[in-house]
Design a protein around this ligand. Sequence first.
Ligand SMILES: Cc1cc2nc3c(=O)[nH]c(=O)nc-3n(C[C@H](O)[C@H](O)[C@H](O)COP(=O)(O)OP(=O)(O)OC[C@H]3O[C@@H](n4cnc5c(N)ncnc54)[C@H](O)[C@@H]3O)c2cc1C
Length: 509
Amino acid sequence: KLGIDVIATDRYRRAGTTCKRSASSDNSVESEQKTDMKTCRSAWGAEGTRLGRAAGMRPRQRTGRWQRLQCRAAKAPGHKRGKESICVVGGGFGGLLTALKLDSLLWPDGKPNIVLVNREERFLFKPLMYDYLTGECDVNDVAPRFEDLLESTSIEFCQGEVSSIELQQTTGKGVLSVGRDQSVPFDHLVVAVGASTRFPLGVPGARELAVPFSTFEDMLQVENLLKDLEGRSGPCKVAVAGGGVAGVELACAVASCLKNRSDATVLLLSGSTEVMEKCPAGHREAAKAEMKELGVEVLDTARVLSVEEVEGQKQVHISLGGEERVIATDLLLWTVGQAPATADLGGSYVFPVNEKGSIKTDPYLQVEGQSNVFALGDASFQAPEVSPYVATAQVALQQSDFCAYNIWASMNGRKLVPFRYMHLGEMMTLGRSTAAITLPLGSGFTLDGIPASLGRRIAYVIRQPTLQQQGRVGRGLLEREGGEAGKALGPLLQLLATEADKLLQQSRA
Ligand SMILES: Cc1cc2nc3c(=O)[nH]c(=O)nc-3n(C[C@H](O)[C@H](O)[C@H](O)COP(=O)(O)OP(=O)(O)OC[C@H]3O[C@@H](n4cnc5c(N)ncnc54)[C@H](O)[C@@H]3O)c2cc1C
């Protein structure tokens, strides 16, 4: 608590505001401030906000004061008399979709309590983060609030960070510690905490000076930094580290944002001999052609050795084909080094993990040695001989069907079904209004340009987690891309989706 207060107070002062610190009855720290919320937000900065959130607090939207994060429903979520409780940790593609599917199943002996715990108050549709940067979708399309998504379901949402898991080996029941002092009991547990950026220890300065692109806050930070660069006079240079799909997508998005500036340079630092080396050839060629069109400079076999700040610029030391070079940039974006977010989960229950920290599961997505604990998504791992696939939203989404069904089956004495992955192809954005889609037909059929961009956006409308959200994102797409007809049809589409969602919920009830 003190850590947060010191940072917040210090920053308020620097922002020229007056602060009063007081301890309320429950000992939470409150800061009175005499400025508008916008100034305070920027004064807190990302670090203060991160610390505050980690301690289970958030700045209030209207007043700007810190408030304790609350669970949406009961004081002790998942604790309703006589009912079993399923707790899902992590509200990403894997966790949120598992919870929604559990909620939609028919339960012969009555529906159990379903509790979803997530660190942030918003679900993040990560593939649309680039579209947010290029202005092709709004914040509620890419990151809707759980409160809105779960409105018509019986799922309890609890916002906070799970710090420990206590599990009784004899009964298989347990308790989660959430935030500072919340406890969430469970009979069945689903772990879907995803992955987070882990900067390599061997690259000094990277953690402090490079900006990752993986979370909601990263996305807002990159948006602000790009706006700063757009408005600044004189030449500017942005480097993106990582020549995989994420690096190429981000480089194209940045180049699209800075397109109006003839003196802007976007540089892609790719560690391998060519970008996206694991992707189908058609996909890679489409990406290379679009990067050329946008003026993205690609440096192959470029490994970042260290980063330092000199006179406001980031000096990136790289090894290029064995030779050392220094590149001066205004902004260094980082897309490499995603690691399972399991390291922060403490408590008496220790997950069986592989060398990367991914939770080991059997083909039914049950964690090794535990019949009532399941894991899926980027934080989980099945032996390669069973499933040689990489961590993507596509995998997490497909796993959520199996995970929800297998929990239901285990609670209703039915046979569990092993997870089978079906590869549906690849999609990537290549800047504003252009994309590539490669379908697994023959040796791979690739579509690119505007048709691919439209196809990708329609696929992401269909992939939204609820009907209501499909209507919302579909409306945005129609209004942006559909001209006058789209503007007229957009609200109708949203209304239809909302009504269909209500009907569906009623029929389930
Ligand atoms: C920028 C970007 C673009 C991408 N684009 C694509 C794409 O186009 N196609 C594709 O297939 N994949 C894409 N991916 C990968 C894809 O998003 C992930 O594979 C997918 O999100 C994994 O889902 P998940 O449920 O395992 O984890 P996540 O979606 O990461 O969700 C994990 C959730 O758990 C929460 N959490 C973590 N730890 C805790 C804790 N201790 N307590 C409480 N909550 C916690 C996190 O806050 C998060 O909300 C992209 C990833 C990124 C970063």
